[in-house]
Design a protein around this ligand. Structure first.
Ligand code: DAH
Length: 345
């Protein structure tokens, strides 16, 4: 075996250990000297081939260097760990002088904004805002509204029927807000004026102007001496306040089983000022609000005597109002939760 310069080896090892910047590097260096095939390990295992006097001398020196390297490695390991700790503390420390991050706040959905505006206007005209259930009985959704079973008029409302127990009344997701008319009549004495904003459901294919859910605002005014004039007057007043300008409307006949006579109120198209464009299908008018004088059978279903009471009802599409307000071309945008759309309001 050639002569081994232990002091040179020691200097070299110490220098390398001190220079190690992380634990991985330190381990590599340690193994270089004391691993299975490390320099010192090899010296120690070759001792047996040496003559006796050399064996003990070199053995002592090798063992001394081994323990020095082990100690140096331990020291360096502690130092590296401490440094890592200090660095992570530095990362976590709070700089109180830093300006705060602005928390992201949400805001109201466009349909909620429009609903609130509608409620405010009707409240200013003496209407109360009331609610009804989304799950309805067949009676309130159809029969009580003068739509007999098996009558073709029922097909106007594609219905989501719910699973039910045998012999129990059939349940459905309400297809319109009109059932709340009868629910309210049952529990309150006229005269009254209510609006019923709420979600309704239809079992039909969706497209840019239809979705399986949307919002309606039902209106009902019952008193002793109410006529079509009141109906048109209230709607005109509402539209003027809602769109904040004079709006031209027209009344034309429409069929709904729960009103007689029944009407459609159309507004003159704002886009083309009545000249005809794609929004109004070249007619100059946009259908906005069906309604009419409450049918005597509906008053009876609600427990009111048609000889004493009369009134009007209507059912406006809230989504349609919102689409006109914000010039939105597709109703489905309201319901698909796309933030790129919602953040614009
Ligand atoms: N409920 C009707 C629908 O969903 C809309 C409607 C028409 C409501 C006439 C009324 C009304 O109150 O009088 O298609």
């Amino acid at each position: 075996m050639e002569r081994i310069n232990f002091s040179l080896l020691r200097n070299k090892a110490e220098k390398e250990i001190k220079r190690a910047t992380d634990l991985e590097e330190l381990n590599v260096i340690f193994k270089k000297y004391l691993g299975k095939k490390g320099i010192i390990t090899q010296i120690l295992s070759s001792l047996k081939n040496l003559p006796k006097e050399k064996r003990s001398k070199i053995g002592r020196q090798a063992n001394l260097l081994k323990s020095i390297i082990e100690k140096e490695k331990e020291k360096r390991e502690i130092a590296i760990k401490k440094q890592i700790e200090q660095e992570s503390e530095k990362d976590e420390s709070i700089d109180v002088t830093l300006p705060a991050k602005r928390p992201e706040t949400g805001h109201l959905h466009p349909l909620t904004l429009v609903r609130r505006k509608v409620e405010k206007i009707f409240e200013s005209m003496g209407f109360c805002v009331v609610q009804g259930p989304h799950i309805e009985t067949e009676w309130y959704n159809f029969d009580a509204l003068n739509i007999p079973k098996d009558h073709p008029a029922r097909d106007l409302w594609d219905t989501f029927w719910l699973d039910q127990k045998r012999n129990k009344e059939k349940l459905l997701l309400r297809t319109h807000t009109s059932p709340v008319q009868v629910r309210y009549m049952e529990k309150h004495n006229p005269p009254f004026r209510i609006i019923v904003p709420g979600r309704v459901f239809r079992h039909e294919a969706s497209d840019a102007s239809h979705d399986i859910q949307f919002y309606q605002v039902e209106g009902l005014m019952i008193d002793t001496d109410i006529s079509v004039t009141n109906f048109k007057g209230i709607i005109d007043q509402f539209l003027r306040k809602f769109f904040n300008r004079k709006i031209k409307t027209r009344l034309r006949p429409g069929y709904f089983p729960f009103v007689e006579p029944g009407f459609e109120i159309d507004v003159q198209c704002f886009i083309c000022q009545g000249k005809g464009c794609s929004t109004c299908s070249q007619t100059g008018w946009v259908e906005l609000c069906p309604g009419g004088m409450v049918h005597p059978n509906v008053l009876k279903a609600g427990g009111l005597n048609p000889k004493n009471w009369q009134g009007f009802a209507f059912g406006m599409g809230l989504d349609r109002l919102a689409m006109m307000t914000y010039k939105i071309g597709d109703i489905r945008l309201f319901y698909n939760g796309d933030l790129r759309f919602l953040k614009q309001f």
